[in-house]
Ligand binder design. Structure first.
Ligand SMILES: [Zn+2]
Length: 273
């Protein structure tokens, strides 16, 4: 599943392709991709709309339209955008097609069909309104983070995955950030000292920034209908999926535990309770 840093790169790849383009027509071929809107309404709202901006809020990709509407896309497991010229044949699982005014088609493909789209006009839908501040923005301050921890008795790992509290960490980045900060994932959030909370705050920003920087090697190719956004080269993780391997800093064996149904990896020596 693409995480926030990967979605950021999808937005960057989409931007030169779609910003300023007019959608001449839009076809929703698989209804379940946009359950909140009928197929005719989907087509009607997008027809003849110019795309003025492409952005992101959490893992939602936002196409802002001249009409004031916003098209939101969540890629979920396997959703991806492909840009095709008119003479190229449609790739497999092409569920939504946008005909652009430069004789290209932007196609949303999704093998597993979990991807979701919606169109709305202000106010933002609830699932977007409740998201925590963007982790690399100025709104995500150290004070905000420290107060958020102080208000929760949940284990830190759970809190870090709650997108309404801390945005942008999937399972991998949460365990990596906890390791970088030397903080135990099972520790109750409100028992973390301020100096260590500051370290964790910095580690969150560092792992996300590092992932975005590394993403320049992702090679998101919008013209490749058969490729996958997840075809990225293997990244090196400090603790993630390294159970029983030696810790990169102290050589103690990395431990794996299951928290809330997800695997947590940590070094029992570097991340004492
Ligand atoms: Zn260690």
């Amino acid at each position: 599943m693409p995480e926030l840093p990967e979605v950021e790169h999808v937005v960057r790849a989409l931007s030169p392709v779609v910003v300023g383009r007019r959608i001449l027509a839009a076809e929703l071929n698989l209804k379940r991709i946009a359950p909140g809107i009928s197929r005719p309404a989907f087509a009607r709202r997008l027809r003849n709309s110019r795309i003025t901006e492409v952005g992101r809020r959490g893992k939602y990709i936002l196409f802002k339209l001249e009409s004031g509407h916003v098209l939101t896309t969540h890629l979920r497991m396997t959703g991806k955008f492909v840009a095709l010229t008119n003479d190229q044949s449609l790739p497999p699982y092409a569920h939504v097609i946008f005909y652009l005014d430069d004789d290209r088609r932007l196609v949303f493909c999704d093998m597993r069909q979990f991807g979701r789209m919606n169109i709305f006009k202000a106010p933002l839908p609830k699932e977007l309104q409740t998201l925590a501040p963007e982790p690399l923005s100025d709104e995500f301050t150290e004070d905000y983070f420290i107060e958020t921890l102080a208000r929760s008795r949940r284990p830190l790992k759970h809190l870090l995955l709650d997108q309404t509290r801390v945005l942008g960490l999937g399972n991998i980045y949460a365990v990596e950030a906890l390791f970088l900060a030397g903080v135990n994932p099972m520790k109750a959030a409100n028992t973390l000292s301020k100096p260590r909370a500051r370290k964790l705050y910095q580690a969150i920003r560092d792992v996300l920034q590092e992932a975005i920087d590394a993403g320049s090697t992702l090679r998101i190719d919008l013209a490749d209908g058969n490729g996958s956004y997840l075809g990225a080269p293997e990244r090196f993780w400090r603790v993630y999926e390294r159970a029983s391997e030696p810790c990169v800093s102290c050589e103690t064996k990395i431990r794996r535990v299951v928290q809330g149904g997800r695997s947590t990896y940590y070094c029992p020596k570097c991340q004492k309770r």
